[in-house]
Design a protein around this ligand. Structure first.
Ligand SMILES: [Zn+2]
Length: 110
């Protein structure tokens, strides 16, 4: 089979393999416990938190839940996004197909 010349999206250059894998497959979240003191502090303000960690990488998100409406009122990465997770700022959203391509090329699968 002749190897095709594959052009990879430049925006993936600084991304880790884990980040490309998560963009390709979606995250696999697991719940982490929150401390009693934190839970009590939040409950006093009518809030709670869900802390989730991706099994594949280092991304950890904190969702703040309003205990009246049960809506997520804020969702943020714990400690910011890990290095190599995002495409360069302002460069738009990376389509899954581009993440898949970059992943397969980098792994030598094509
Ligand atoms: Zn992930």
């Amino acid at each position: 089979m002749r190897r095709r010349n594959v052009e990879v999206d430049d925006r993936t250059a600084g991304m880790t393999l884990e980040a490309l894998r998560c963009r390709r497959l979606g995250h696999s979240w697991i719940d982490l416990p929150i401390g009693k003191a934190r839970r009590a502090e939040l409950a006093g303000r009518g809030l709670s938190e869900l802390i989730v960690q991706c099994e594949r990488g280092t991304l950890r998100m904190i969702e703040t839940v309003d205990l009246e409406t049960w809506e997520v009122v804020s969702k943020r990465p714990d400690g910011g996004y890990p290095p190599g997770y995002l495409v360069p700022p302002g460069s738009g959203r990376l389509p899954r197909a581009e993440a898949r391509k970059a992943y397969m090329v980098r792994r030598g699968l094509v």
